[in-house]
Ligand binder design. Structure first.
Ligand SMILES: NC(=O)c1ccc[n+]([C@@H]2O[C@H](COP(=O)([O-])OP(=O)(O)OC[C@H]3O[C@@H](n4cnc5c(N)ncnc54)[C@H](O)[C@@H]3O)[C@@H](O)[C@H]2O)c1
Length: 424
């Protein structure tokens, strides 16, 4: 079994939550860090007991002391860094998004295919409870053919602009004005991970920001992007229609990433705030099932029925724990005392990458799948900029059929997987 020797690039705000998890995973034996602000890497080195500090990303990927990198730099750097790391023979874990350019995404897929290395995108969306629920029901055939689904990432950034200031300093607005559809994976993944279908065509419309006009608009950001909120409609390869909304400037807090509707010809899932409903058709009627307690965080459910339940729930007051549907038992026991985040998803993403490297299986968020979560947004933004014109979405194809994908609840024995790692 190949042990993982991982180098983190980007010791910023998000990475903080991941170094302890990777360090604790039984498949990881060496942890290095690097940041363009050396004091940030030094802080991580001391705080998390890392093994080495590298002066630069280039030096790190040239080193044979590591065999994997975890990319936690700002979003416009992921594509070039993943490509460089794969070319240097390293497995790649990357924070979302995969890349901001179509060419870079296709190149990452090509390199993963050529080298047989692991690529895993750290996508929180697929381990959100609603995503797990719809995926399992779909796989079991209970949904039938997917007809229509809608998911959104309602993430009001106006309270969070300080996160950009941390690294960008006075130029933070240039980065904060990222087109919302360049970061579509939290919502696309929630639906597409169930059906594994890919987008054929996209039409999108954007909302031109009326308040933060110093961030959104021509010349205001690196992309001349005027939209703070954008929605796209996708025609999928399985015949379904999917609506995705990426809202960054609305009066909303929680839930932030969620599926509102997942409708098949046999059954439907719907969510409104903390109410999760599953409705099945039978010969004569429809059957209602309230699945809220399965999907809501355990801590939140304890407060159900209290007078202030909804007013506290929409503030995210009880959102920090896992939900019963999340297969916590599959995780390494070393993770148990450690902090998780984003609705209990962090531990699953780290475990996916580590299990994929040691087993040779594909991570659920492998390069092919990640491409399908990212590409519709890049083309969708172009559609919105052109007034909603319907455009074709490129596809990088299916993952190689001879390499299995790690299963949801890990019923396999990872020690048997190594034969699958082979170069094509
Ligand atoms: N839910 C999620 O999945 C989620 C949540 C938050 C952030 N993110 C992603 O995580 C990434 C990091 O976000 P963040 O808030 O931690 O940003 P951040 O600005 O706090 O951290 C980025 C770090 O990368 C470093 N860096 C930049 N270029 C570098 C280089 N060439 N070499 C070495 N270090 C370099 C910066 O100095 C900084 O410390 C973003 O891409 C974001 O999209 C994902």
């Amino acid at each position: 079994m190949e042990k993982i020797r991982i180098g983190f690039v980007g010791c910023g705000q998000f990475c903080r939550a991941f170094v302890p998890l990777f360090s604790a995973h039984p498949a990881v034996e060496y942890v290095a860090v690097c940041d363009k602000f050396r004091e940030r890497a030094e802080n991580f080195y001391e705080r998390f007991g890392c093994d080495e500090i590298f002066d630069s990303f280039d030096e790190m990927i040239a080193s044979d002391r590591i065999n994997a990198v975890a990319i936690f730099t700002q979003r416009d750097l992921h594509g070039t860094m993943a490509i460089a790391a794969l070319k240097a023979g390293k497995h790649v874990y990357s924070a979302v998004p995969m890349a901001l350019k179509v060419d870079e995404i296709l190149e990452i897929v090509r390199l993963v295919k050529e080298t047989g290395l692991t690529y895993s995108m750290g996508e929180t969306g697929i381990y959100r409870p609603a995503s797990i629920f719809c995926r399992k029901k779909y796989a079991a055939g209970e949904i039938g053919n997917l007809v229509y689904a809608e998911a959104q990432y309602n993430h009001d950034m106006s309270r969070l602009y300080h996160v950009f200031q941390y690294t960008e300093g006075d130029a933070w607005r240039k980065m904060a004005g990222l087109p919302p559809l360049f970061y579509p994976t939290h919502s696309t993944s929630m639906v597409l991970s169930a059906t594994k279908a890919h987008a054929l065509r996209v039409a999108a419309f954007g909302y031109e920001e009326k308040q933060d006009t110093d961030i959104f608009g021509e010349g205001k950001n690196y992309w001349d992007n005027p939209f703070s909120n954008t929605s796209m409609l996708l025609k999928m390869s399985d015949g379904s229609v999917v609506r995705i909304s990426e809202n960054r400037r609305i009066a909303w807090h929680t839930p932030e990433t969620y599926i509102t509707g997942f409708h098949g010809d046999k059954a439907s899932y719907e969510c409104s705030l903390m109410q999760h409903s599953f409705i099945k058709k039978d010969d004569k009627s429809v059957i209602y099932e309230d699945v809220s307690d399965l999907l809501n965080p355990i801590e939140l459910t304890k407060h159900k029925g209290e007078e202030n339940f909804l007013s506290e729930a929409v503030k995210g007051t009880w959102g920090g724990t896992e939900a019963p549907i999340q297969a916590v038992s599959r995780l390494p026991e070393e993770f148990a005392p450690l902090h998780t985040g984003h609705a209990g998803t962090h531990k699953f993403m780290v475990d996916d990458f580590c299990q994929a490297v040691v087993s040779g299986y594909l991570s659920p968020t492998n390069a092919w799948q990640a491409a399908r979560y990212n590409l519709p947004g890049l083309i969708g933004h172009e559609s919105a900029m052109r007034g909603g014109v319907c455009l074709a979405v490129p596809d990088a194809g299916d993952p190689p059929a001879h390499i299995p994908v790690l299963s949801e609840d890990r019923t396999e024995n990872p020690d048997n997987y190594s034969r699958f790692r082979k170069k094509e």
